[in-house]
Design a protein around this ligand. Structure first.
Ligand SMILES: [Zn+2]
Length: 389
């Protein structure tokens, strides 16, 4: 049966339409339908609101009180439900530096939930363990290590089918082998938590790294080492045309002027926003934990961001995609179409799922959200919601 979404402003990949969006069998089959709606069809009335592609979140750790590193199906579903409520239709559960065994457990849990009706799981994002000790941020140093051939092989063997993105530091020993194995498996390699210089990032680029993880958070810029100045990741990210950049779009980690500059230099297609959300995202708690729920991991939540108890550092974002859209459009002043792209098509391109995801276009999956004019989510639909039972 066909579904018709009427009375909406439809944000298509190639423009805006006041026509009717037509969906059949989970796919978009028309974006500008103006004819009559056949009797007996399913109709969704968008009531004058915006009809948009669902958000694609390629870097999130948690939400709703749960973290993917809790490694249970319940935790995955809690995070998924929380982000879905805020318009995310595809998510890449993100791990942190952890033991090999712990990662295996995540792969196992992921496989259990991957057919979930709550959200589209787009594959896992491994943020570490192969990152720089100097740029570890909030990652646990006990689990940061260099990639040994045996572990790289074992990870591909055990998780090659579920890993979609991996954040690595390109300057650490063993990266050449990892890059070859991972890119051969279609995994998006992203440079992050790296202390690399421009030259290191250029080398990483030649090995297939095409993405920067949360730029300006543990990604050094120009600096002096032993009285010599070096350019860093930031300069390489702008200089290399085909390098895509991810920013944390919560309005706290990164200023709107820097976003405007990035969009001016790279264009909206090469920039994507992620929440990097921790477990307190989508809740109104004032205390939480970064990573495991242990006393030493306690953080406080204030001003819309997680902080260490002594307020010396941020301890993660609590943003959701709809909040990021509001920040980019209302605060940074990007057009609504451009703002939306940073949270939909650009992240889809970054991890290579843009054939099916990330925009309203004929033939693509009908992951659709309806937002009111204040950019709060009214409805979230996954393509599977439009399939015959
Ligand atoms: Zn992260």
């Amino acid at each position: 049966m066909k579904t018709f979404i009427k009375n909406g402003t439809v944000f298509k990949e190639d423009g805006i339409s006041d026509g009717i969006l037509v969906i059949e069998d989970g796919k978009i089959i028309d974006t500008d339908y103006l004819g009559a709606i056949p009797e007996g069809s399913k109709i969704i009335d968008a009531k004058g609101n915006y009809v948009m592609p669902g958000f694609v979140e390629i870097h999130a750790h948690g939400g709703g009180g749960a973290d993917f590193m809790d490694k249970t199906a319940d935790a995955f579903e809690t995070v998924a439900k929380t982000h879905r409520k805020h318009g995310t239709t595809t998510i890449l559960p993100t791990t942190v530096a952890a033991s090999y065994e712990s990662l295996l457990k995540v792969f196992e849990t992921y496989r259990k939930v991957s057919a979930s009706k709550t959200i589209n799981y787009g594959g896992l994002h491994l943020e570490g363990p192969f990152i720089s000790m100097e740029m570890k941020g909030a990652q646990n140093p006990a689990f940061i290590r260099n990639p040994e051939k045996a572990e790289v092989d074992a990870l591909i063997e055990a998780g090659g089918d579920v890993i979609k993105k991996c954040t690595v530091a390109p300057e650490i020993p063993g990266i050449d082998y990892l890059a070859k194995k991972f890119t051969d498996n279609g995994i998006c390699l992203s440079s992050g938590h790296s202390n690399g210089t421009f030259t290191d990032i250029e080398k990483g680029f030649s090995l297939g790294i095409r993405h920067i993880t949360h730029m300006y958070s543990n990604t050094p810029t120009v600096r002096k080492i032993n009285q010599t100045v070096y350019a860093g990741i930031v300069e390489a990210a702008y200089y290399l045309d085909d390098m895509r950049i991810e920013f944390i779009g919560d309005g706290c980690h990164f200023p709107k002027e820097a976003l405007k500059m990035a969009v001016k230099i790279k264009g909206v297609d090469k920039i994507n926003l992620t929440s990097d959300a921790m477990r307190a995202a989508g809740t109104n708690v004032s205390e939480s934990f970064l990573g495991e729920c242990l006393p030493e991991n306690r953080v406080i939540i204030e001003d819309g961001v997680a902080k260490l108890p002594d307020r010396s550092f941020f301890a993660g974002s609590i943003a959701t995609s709809d909040r990021m859209l509001r920040w980019v459009h209302f605060d940074a002043g990007l057009s609504l179409s451009d703002a939306l792209r940073l949270l939909t098509l650009s992240p889809s391109k970054a991890v290579g799922i843009d054939k099916e995801k990330g925009s309203i276009k004929k033939g693509k999956d009908a992951d659709i959200i309806i937002l009111n004019k204040d950019l709060f989510v009214e409805e979230t639909y996954l393509s599977r919601d439009f399939m015959e039972a």
